[in-house]
Design a protein around this ligand. Structure first.
Ligand SMILES: Nc1ncnc2c1ncn2[C@@H]1O[C@H](COP(=O)(O)OP(=O)(O)OP(=O)(O)O)[C@@H](O)[C@H]1O
Ligand SMILES: [Mg+2]
Length: 227
């Protein structure tokens, strides 16, 4: 692979991510790490499947015109994926940055909501919506990354759960940012108003933003009463 390695961006349990260049373009290489506690064969199969699925969904979103990293190269047998490098820093850092104005935070959160809705409109649920998996550029615009747990779905439940995950994280990890989830949900709803009802996808009708927001309320209630 013609990837020129720069600095390491991330060393996690599942993946090691390096910044660098691919054919002269700013790129990142995501290398799956072996998980020693699983049998090597099983580990290989799971990792292979996850990376194939992540790559396939990234291509689907990119073709649909979404702002997601372009896939540049893929070697699933080696557990390696090269993609376009997205400028910016994770939402978690932006929310902890005391120099950000409340207007800037509000914009970044609304943009995050809009980005989530655009993914949902393609019948794709993210599956791991943490503030680490949203990148915010200098203008405050959000891009979602890390689609290793994303799936295509038409039932409203998983869409509601996506929003509930980020709701819980914003409440627990960023309690100082006022009305964070409200700004995000406003952006989610506004994106649908801007674009109109979602187009049917190959598997049928996609839940509307109103249906997903109702389901979020329902999930919140269930969690409150049953923990
Ligand atoms: N396309 C990209 N452009 C810029 N930075 C990226 C890109 N992809 C990943 N990163 C950086 O690398 C980090 C980890 O990537 P990613 O979230 O895809 O891995 P992960 O599956 O969460 O790994 P682990 O589960 O081991 O933590 C991101 O939080 C982000 O900071
Ligand atoms: Mg991640």
């Amino acid at each position: 692979m013609v990837f020129q390695e720069g600095e390491r961006l991330h060393l996690g349990a599942e993946a090691e991510v390096w910044a660098g260049h691919w054919m002269g373009r700013p790129a990142v290489r995501k290398q799956r790490r072996a998980r020693s506690w699983r049998h090597p064969d099983l580990d290989h199969r799971l990792g292979h499947r996850r990376m194939m699925s992540e790559a396939r969904l990234m291509v689907r979103m990119h073709r649909a015109g979404l702002q997601v990293p372009a896939l540049l190269d893929l070697d699933p047998a080696e557990g390696v994926m090269v993609m376009e490098r997205i400028p910016g820093r994770p939402l978690i850092e932006v929310l902890r940055d005391a120099s950000m104005s409340s207007g800037q935070l509000q914009y970044a959160l609304q943009s995050t909501g809009a980005a989530i809705r655009n993914v949902h409109r393609l019948a794709i649920t993210h599956g791991d919506l943490s503030t680490n998996n949203v990148l915010i550029d200098d203008q405050g615009n959000a891009t979602l990354i890390d689609f290793g747990l994303a799936v295509i779905d038409y039932e409203v439940e998983r869409f509601g759960i996506d929003l509930h995950v980020i709701d819980e994280i914003l409440g627990a990890s960023h309690p100082g940012v006022e009305n964070a989830i409200e700004h995000l949900l406003n952006g989610y709803a506004a994106e649908e108003e801007r674009q109109g009802p979602p187009a049917d996808q190959t598997g049928g009708a996609v839940p509307t933003s109103v249906e997903v927001l109702e389901r979020l309320e329902n999930v919140r209630t269930r969690v409150r009463y049953h923990g």
